[in-house]
Write a protein that binds this ligand. Sequence first.
Ligand code: PFF
Length: 540
Amino acid sequence: MVGPQNVHHTGGAVSHVDTTPSEERRGAFTSRRVFILAAIGSAVGLGNIWRFPYVAYENGGGAFILPYLVALLTAGIPFLLLDYALGHRNRGSAPLSFARQSRGTEGLGWWQVGICFMIAVYYAAVLAWAVRYTLFSFTEAWGDDAEAYFFGEFLQVGDPGVTMDFVAGVVFPLALVWLALIVVLVLGVQRGIGAMSMIFIPILIVAFAVLVIYALTLDGAGEGLNTLFTPNWDALSEPGVWAAAYGQIFFSLSIGFGIMITYASYVRRGTDMPGSGLVVGFSNSGFELLAGIGVFAALGFMAQASGVQVSEVASSGVGLAFIAFPTIISEAPLGAFLGVLFFGSLVIAGFTSLVSVIEVVISAVRDKFEMTRRGATLAVSIPAAIVSLIFLGTTSGLYVLDIVDNFINKFGILLVAVVSMVVLAYAVRALPSLAEALNDHTSVHVGAWWRALIAVVAPIALAYVLIRDFLDTLEEPYGGYPEWMLAVFGWGAAGIVIVFGFLAALVPWRPGTSLEVPDLPPTRPGPDRTDRSRPDEEVR
Ligand code: PFF
């Protein structure tokens, strides 16, 4: 039974066995290394591969490195540590961690859970496309017009609107992606997520490094790199460039989604969290830089092959992955090899990120209700898969994806991040206890600088990005879609998760859940804590 007796360890005689029954039930990573790999798996996603290169190029090229580093150090890593502190101190999913930090803030956690559900629904579709394109690479199925093929034969995109015309070529791989996700998630924290990360992250790094080296050997690669890295120092005086840097760092590190709270809650007490944050933060940025080099080297080749400027072929997102890259693959020597490396990397990077967003939802459901891991995984994944198939498996899937993605990123993730920083810093004054938790075991002492960054610098920077985005969206409706579509899939999606957050917080926790913080670390270091490496044994 999970009861309060397991979570109150009194006085100096703190139990050093931190796998209390409640933790055994939730699951745990067996080591810091596994946690770091899983966190890198979440952080390194499509954002690194298809978003960063173009954002950097558009916002000052080589000069972008300055705002980027400033954003990483003043908001990215500090906020990553905030997420770690919340999860690691309170040992709960996002809603439980917020509730344990301060009762009234539980809704913020559910808001994040709602956002994660939405993201999972559409991100899975991109993965399904990438799976198909990995196979297409062998035969260059797109022929000589990759653009016509993608929108036409492959997605069969119609006019903006919502249809129920399913596209078999998307539905099947999408169902497969969901099945694979379910398998990993049913296996649990260590045997599923941890093991997956230990296998996939090294493969991803090697595959991507080979891709970059190969891309650098292509004719025109140098010109591509010149285009990316030539600094435009004037850009530094534009506020939009700084806003882009903060936006990119934020998305790229997977912060503000509840992911890092959840993963940190699976890490045993006495682990150096700030040190881990630095490793994750710099690894993620390193990967991003590598992606910039690989992508622009390949674009340089494409430009030279078609006799145009690199700026004319530079793009991001869907256009880069499913139109520009297929074209490059068709023209490059060893195209199939390049294709498998590129799309395979997209699949792995996306899959490990997708697992992390769904885990946010599963973990919250398990904390809230009496459910086994298998039960919760199915209760979350099956509805998500169905919604995903209905909205993304049809000829209108691309539109839904584009709108939800844009609005959820801006008015979901960014908004909840700013609100939670302000609430934690000012309304419930949580920063001292969170800093104390971080400093329990650390190689990097978290001092007043951290509190200043979280309470002042990061919220101001992010609020600025958010307000700019908001005003831009009001001025020019996104993407020229019909108003009703923006209202439903844009504002509607971003709004419904807020309503959901507040309603979910009204539902009582399952019996036996204590809102006290379990097994808070002793103020002085305790006896040796090393003999606790036990595998993840979740009670099913
Ligand atoms: N850090 C991830 C990325 O760069 O792609 C962000 C992310 C997106 C995480 C979607 C999870 C997810 F499902």
